[in-house]
Design a protein around this ligand. Structure first.
Ligand SMILES: Cc1ncc(COP(=O)(O)O)c(C=O)c1O
Length: 388
C-alpha cells in the first residue's frame, strides 16, 4: 500500500513513539498526585513538554491547554468563547470551507440563537482561489461579533489563509480570533508573536505524533487579550479548571517531541514533499488528458507543500479510488468522505456537484519516496484508463 493520505493522518514518527514509551510503562505516575515522587516526576516531565510546545508556538506556557485532538479544541474554543456567562456578543463569523469540527459547532450555536455569518472564499478561477474574501469579512464583523473563526490551512485543497489580515479586521471590531491550525502546525510556521491570533487548535497526529492528543492555545502573543472560556468538561479542575481530567504525560511528551521534530525539519520536509507533489502532478497530467487542479496553483505560496487536489474528466473520484486499491488517497476530507455529499470545500470554491464528485485529494508526507510516487502514478494512470 502506498500511503498518500497525510492530511487525514500521518504515521507516528518512531522517534516520537520512543520518547513516549517510558512514560507509559515505567514512569506511570499521575502528574496531579504530587504528594509523592512518582507523581512529581511525571509532572515535571510534562511541564517541560508543555513549556516546549508553548515556546514553539511563541505563547506563554500557561496559554496551552491539552485536549484529545483538534475536534475537541475547536469545540472548546468556539463554544467556550460564545457560551461564557459573561459573553454579551451574539455573532460568530467563519468561512464556508471550514472543517466540520468548526462548521457543526457554529451551526449548533445558530440553532441556539446566535447570528452566524459564513464568509465565502475566492472562486477557482480567481488568483486567490480558496482564500477567504476579505471584503465580505470586513463587512460582516461588527460590535456584536464575539468570535471570528477561520482555519489557518485547508485540509482538502491546502490553501493557506491570510491570518494576519483576518485577525486585524476582527480585532478592529473587538472580536476574538480563533484559527483551526490543524493542517498548519508542524507544516508551516505558526508563530503567535508574529500573527496576532488569540486561539489556535492543533492535533499531534497531523504532524507525526500519536492520535488522541491535541492542543488549544488560549492567548496569542502580544498583546495578550482576555479570553474567557466556558469549560466543556468539568471535574477535577485540572488545566486551570478549563479541561478537567487526568493529563497523560506520555501524550504531552509525544506532542512536544513531534512538534520539535516537525519545526526543526520543516524546511527540509517542505522541499522534499514539494518536489514529490510536482512529480505526482506531472505524472498524472502526462497520463490523464484533461485532469485539472483544484485550489491554488502548485507554485503558489498560498498552498501547503504536499497537497494535491485534482479533478478527473468523466470519472468519479470514488470509482478511481476503487480501481486503485494499492494507493491510499481520498475523495474528500476523512470526515466528509463518510457521507455521500460532495465536498463543501470544493462547492465553496464554485465547483459544481459533478466536478466535486470527480475530485480526489492526495497528501504527500515526509516518509514518501520518489519510487513510491512513480509506482503510484503507474497504478493511478492504469486505474483511470481501465474506467475511461
Ligand atoms: C482542519 C482540520 N480540523 C480538525 C480536524 C479534526 O482533528 P482531530 O482528528 O484531531 O479531531 C482535522 C482532521 O481531519 C482537520 O484536518
Amino acid at each position: 500500500m502506498i500511503y498518500l493520505d497525510n492530511h487525514a493522518t500521518t504515521p507516528c514518527d518512531p522517534r516520537v513513539a520512543q520518547q513516549m514509551m517510558p512514560w507509559l510503562v515505567e514512569h506511570f505516575g499521575n502528574p496531579h498526585s504530587t504528594s509523592h515522587e512518582m507523581g512529581r516526576q511525571a509532572k515535571s516531565a510534562m511541564d517541560a513538554a508543555l513549556a516546549s510546545v508553548a515556546s514553539q508556538l511563541a505563547v506563554a506556557a500557561d496559554a496551552v491547554l491539552i485536549t484529545s485532538g483538534a475536534t475537541e479544541s475547536n469545540n472548546l474554543a468556539i463554544d467556550g468563547v460564545c457560551r461564557h456567562p459573561r459573553q454579551r456578543r451574539r455573532h460568530v463569523v467563519t468561512s464556508t470551507i471550514e472543517h466540520p469540527a468548526v462548521l457543526d459547532v457554529v451551526a449548533r450555536l445558530e440553532k441556539d440563537g446566535f447570528r452566524v455569518t459564513r464568509v465565502p472564499v475566492h472562486p477557482q478561477d480567481h488568483p486567490l482561489a480558496g482564500q477567504i474574501d476579505l471584503e465580505p469579512l470586513a463587512a460582516a464583523v461588527d460590535d456584536d461579533t464575539a468570535l471570528v473563526s477561520v482555519h489557518w490551512a485547508n485540509n482538502e485543497i491546502g490553501v493557506i489563509q491570510p491570518m494576519s489580515q483576518i485577525a486585524a479586521l476582527a480585532h478592529q471590531a473587538g472580536a476574538l480570533v480563533h484559527s483551526d491550525a490543524t493542517q498548519a502546525v508542524g507544516r508551516i510556521a505558526v508563530d503567535l508573536q508574529r500573527v496576532d491570533v488569540d486561539l489556535i487548535s492543533a492535533s499531534a497526529h497531523k504532524f507525526y505524533g500519536p492520535k488522541g492528543v491535541g492542543l488549544l492555545t488560549t492567548a496569542g502573543g502580544v498583546p495578550r487579550r482576555r479570553v474567557r472560556l466556558k469549560p466543556m468538561i468539568v471535574g477535577g479542575g485540572q488545566q486551570r479548571n478549563l479541561r478537567s481530567g487526568t493529563m497523560a504525560p506520555a501524550n504531552v511528551i509525544a506532542l512536544a517531541t513531534a512538534l520539535d521534530l516537525a519545526v526543526a525539519e520543516s524546511s527540509q520536509v517542505a522541499r522534499r514533499v514539494g518536489e514529490l507533489q510536482l512529480r505526482l502532478w506531472d505524472g498524472l497530467q502526462q497520463g490523464i488528458d484533461g485532469i485539472c487542479l483544484n485550489g491554488p496553483t502548485l507554485e503558489s505560496s498560498m498552498r501547503l507543500e504536499g497537497n494535491l487536489n485534482c479533478r478527473l474528466p468523466g470519472i468519479e473520484g470514488e470509482s478511481w479510488m476503487a480501481a486503485c486499491s494499492e494507493v491510499a488517497f481520498s475523495s474528500g476530507s476523512a470526515c466528509s468522505s463518510v457521507d455521500a455529499k460532495p465536498s463543501h470545500v470544493l462547492t465553496g470554491l464554485g465547483l459544481s456537484e459533478s466536478e466535486a464528485r470527480r475530485s480526489v485529494r492526495f497528501g504527500i508526507g515526509k516518509f514518501n519516496t520518489s519510487e513510491q510516487i512513480d509506482r503510484a502514478i503507474e497504478i493511478l494512470v492504469a486505474g483511470y484508463r481501465s474506467l475511461a
